[in-house]
Design a protein around this ligand. Sequence first.
Ligand SMILES: Cc1cc2nc3c(=O)[nH]c(=O)nc-3n(C[C@H](O)[C@H](O)[C@H](O)COP(=O)(O)OP(=O)(O)OC[C@H]3O[C@@H](n4cnc5c(N)ncnc54)[C@H](O)[C@@H]3O)c2cc1C
Length: 409
Amino acid sequence: MSSGAISGESRQKALIIGGGVAGSVSAMALQRAGMDSVVYEAYARGAEGAGAFLTFASNGMDALRAIDAHHLVLAEGFPTPHMAFQSGTGKHLGEVPNGGTLPDGTVSQTLKRADLYRALRDEAVRRGVRVEYGKRLLNAETTPDGGVAARFEDGTEAEGDLLIGADGIQSRTRRIIDPAAPGARYVPVLNISGYARGVRVQAEPGTFRMVFGKRAFFGYAVHPSGEVWWFANPPRAVEPDKAELAATTTGQWRELLTDLFANDATPAAEIIRSTPGRIVGWATYDLPSVPNWHKGPMIIIGDAAHATAPSSGQGATMAIEDAIELARCLRDLTDTQQAFVAYERLRRERVERIVAHGARTSNSKAAGPIARVLRDLMLPMFLKRAAGNGDKALARMHDYHIVWDEKVA
Ligand SMILES: Cc1cc2nc3c(=O)[nH]c(=O)nc-3n(C[C@H](O)[C@H](O)[C@H](O)COP(=O)(O)OP(=O)(O)OC[C@H]3O[C@@H](n4cnc5c(N)ncnc54)[C@H](O)[C@@H]3O)c2cc1C
């Protein structure tokens, strides 16, 4: 199928593994770059569930503009450009921008993860991308002509010129590329979120209120409908097993959380009590550094290659930047290997810096009693600096801009 070189004669075909954020955006970006692709998603259609919400930073909005897809996030999300921090005692610690502001005034948005997945996937399909469901990748190998053959759990196979592993933090593609590749690293906080109704809280529209509580971290924002969208990060030093999390009932989560926040001067306990429906908890993981991102005609992007703890607010946006930068590289460089090398040069330093930032932020949420006192003393100074645009790390995170029309050298 392929000699590994992108010729002008026939369109290259990519097998994209995973129909999450990176997979759908990859398919749309490759289409713009003049390549065909098929997305193979392990789960049945609509299996995303209600689940968690995420903050979609302005750099992700900017990246989606390169493929005219930013309107999808604006349609699903609500603007959350500010964060205000307080301690469990009710002391105001400071305020910082939640992401940057694009030249046209676009700011970070908050939306349900399932809505983001659905919107991106539906748009890819609307643009003519084929998505196949129930296709869990088992194995892949290079074919004699330099292309790639993939084998799925249902016994079917597919062939293409290259394979893009966008199969998330537990990526099978990562292990196919390098059987010794690292696995996800446990970050010592849990993630629990929900949507409260009928509770009145003091929060300005567009502001996430973040509380470094005495025993756990809590964040909330008011949706335009009046719902209060919240998340909690109880510290948990030892990784819980999946069965334990799955067996924890909504009542048990509610009891644990209301107890953790009972002595904080915040509305956390009341918000949790006012949350109807199911409450679900996740363990938190990241993936700091994967030595080999590509091998032959296969490459990993998004969480499969570098996952950040949710506290950086950058996981989805990095996956999107990856997908678009990879498409640019494949468009402009005549050889797939050269394209992969150029892609890694563009991406590795940035994403690893953001993963490290996410780990630091998560660890500060799991601070012990002494570290907590120090943190609450130091934080106002850090927040003041960040608010004054003096935080270069944050600025670098949000100011990333992809010039789609610029040729990759
Ligand atoms: C609780 C929580 C909160 C978060 N909050 C934020 C936030 O505020 N801001 C933010 O930017 N990010 C946040 N994230 C991170 C963000 O969701 C991820 O970084 C992003 O979804 C990564 O996209 P991806 O496409 O690389 O992987 P995923 O979205 O995980 O998609 C991978 C896809 O591959 C499929 N798949 C897996 N294995 C296979 C296989 N073998 N064969 C075929 N398909 C397969 C999966 O079913 C899935 O559809 C959060 C994550 C969590 C868990």
